[in-house]
Design a protein around this ligand. Structure first.
Ligand code: G3H
Ligand code: 13P
Ligand code: ZN
Length: 311
């Protein structure tokens, strides 16, 4: 099967009360760890690429690696631009074979977000590519942009129908209390998501797929391993998995995970090099990182997303 758009997979996820994992990728080992897990569980996949990942690895390398993953596994895989900030990067990704793009106009005014998003939708739809928009603003770090807690804002349900109707987007990312990066809640703080906003948004957009960014759980075992083997991470608290499961059973059809992959890769490499200080072959220390990613993604698919067997 060639690379696919997100249309079919998100529709089935909505109807089946589960979610598709959207995993950020930037190298061979990350792509292999994710796709091997998905292949064993027969799960559809969204592999997403940020502007930073695209700069790091180059568009063509990532595109070819993802095509290779599709050939290797035969899974339905969508290749998606994560947090496209302007029309130009969306156009470059559409022209370069991506099947889906996100235009993140959440930093603009409502009207400017609508006109930018509508421009991307028109270009994308004429070429059979799906588009994700965003309303509301998450805290945390994306590329070099650091949105402080004070600047973050929840999605306003009274804006979503107008936004979706006037832009024509295929899915909508909303802000309900998740945030990017490994430090989502302060030590002692009880994680809380605004399920009331999700509920209200889904009432206003029946059948329409919602996207949750900033959805890493910040796996404690990975943080512990990193710190056991020389790391100095502070107490990191992520989104509890039962909350993600609840969101997946509601209108959330795409759940974005990047930080957990980074932690798994780093934990594997740190542990291996600490226990084997004479090793210098990258294959020896990258393989445990890849293995951690594979077991992480297996776990997410089976216990959080519920998309196993849905490919
Ligand atoms: O939402 C942001 C993703 O984690 C991508 O991060 O821009 O550092 O590649 P990045
Ligand atoms: P995390 O930092 O929680 O993994 O979020 C990733 C994300 O939203 C990518 O768009
Ligand atoms: Zn994001």
């Amino acid at each position: 099967m060639p690379l696919v758009t997100t249309t079919d997979m998100l529709k089935k996820a909505y109807e089946g009360n589960y979610a598709i994992g959207a995993f950020n990728v930037n190298n061979l080992e990350i792509i292999q760890g994710i796709t091997e897990a998905a292949a064993e569980l027969n799960a559809p996949l969204i592999l997403q690429v940020s502007a930073g990942a695209r700069r790091y690895a180059k568009h063509v390398y990532l595109m070819k690696l993802i095509e290779a993953a599709e050939i290797d596994t035969g899974l339905p895989i969508a290749v998606h631009l994560d947090h496209g900030e302007d029309f130009e990067i969306c156009k470059a990704c559409i022209d370069g074979g991506f099947t889906s793009v996100m235009i993140d106009g959440s930093h603009h005014s409502f009207e400017d977000n609508i006109s930018l998003t509508a421009q991307v939708v028109q270009y994308a739809h004429e070429r059979g590519v799906t588009v994700e928009g965003e309303l509301g603003r998450l805290a945390g770090i994306e590329d070099d942009v650091n949105v402080t807690d004070e600047d973050a804002s929840f999605t306003r349900p009274d804006e979503v129908e107008e936004f979706v109707t006037r832009t024509g987007v295929d899915s909508l990312a909303i802000a309900i209390g998740t945030s990017h990066g490994a430090y989502k809640f302060k030590p002692g703080q009880t994680p809380r998501l605004r399920f009331d906003i999700l509920e209200e948004v889904s009432k206003r957009l029946p059948g329409f797929p919602i996207v949750l960014h900033g959805a890493s759980s910040v796996v404690p075992e990975f943080v512990k391993t990193i710190n056991t083997y020389g790391g100095e991470m502070e107490d990191a608290i992520g989104i509890p998995e039962d909350m993600l499961r609840q969101a997946a059973s509601m209108a959330v059809c795409k759940i974005n995970i990047d930080s957990d992959l980074r932690l798994g890769m780093t934990a594997g490499i740190r542990e291996h090099l600490s226990l084997n200080p004479t090793h210098f072959d990258p294959r020896q220390y990258l393989a445990p990182g890849r293995e951690n990613i594979k077991s992480l993604v297996r776990h997410k698919i089976e216990t959080v997303l519920g998309c196993d067997g849905k490919a």
